[in-house]
Design a protein around this ligand. Sequence first.
Ligand code: SAH
Length: 252
Amino acid sequence: MVHFIGAGPGAPDLITLRGAALLRAADVVIYAGSLVNPALLDYANPGCEVHNSAEMTLEEVLSVISEAERAGKTTVRLHSGDPCLYGAIREQTDALDKLGIAWDTTPGVSSFCGAAAALGAEYTLPGVSQSVILTRAPGRTPVPDGESLRAFAAHGASMVLFLSSGELDAVQAELLYGGGYTPDTPAAVVYKATWRDEKIVRCTLGTLAESGRRAGIRKTALVLVGDFLGASGERSKLYDPAFATEYRSGTA
Ligand code: SAH
């Protein structure tokens, strides 16, 4: 059996209780290199076999899993954040299905949630934005045509860019081109959210590339853009005295 587990954004106590329990019970752990805090490996049994997948190909990962299966062992595949975002798990689960190896997934706290917590921010502010775009800039790996940053920027919604802190010049230019944001739109770069060496850079879209450069941030960071990082909007209807809900009568 293989358990895909979200390790959370970095702080070792941000893994789920289920993830930690499965990690404790694992015979083999394959963790996703530098993006997973090595402190999480302390949950594993000292006798457990540990592999760093940053140094492995998909074929090598599958071979370690297959060997463990033959020996009746349990494998944990530990991914950063939540495995469902940029985790490259589908190619693994498809291969496991073909090999007839059972697997399941335990979710984790994605880094985009860790970054919002670090900033004390809420992505969905009434009257400001009610949508979050999770995306990335095209780098060495392409992004489908209909998903260009300039197309998404037209919405002016709250946006989080993964895997893009090495391309801040292009990100800034593309997002400004889209029309939904201005050079004054608030932005932030969050490096290693929830890790001990977390770094937060607050800036505007117009100063994004320069601010990232000055802070020396090139990887393991998220770029956040949108008015949700600025002044708060309207108050919510949910807690408005005049607004009746299923659980509370309104006063108006
Ligand atoms: N599955 C992960 C994302 C993996 S892709 C998740 O849900 O968070 C790797 C990218 O995620 C990094 O390049 C970076 O952009 C982002 N990332 C992962 N952990 C991070 C953290 N603690 N702080 C900031 N960005 C992080």
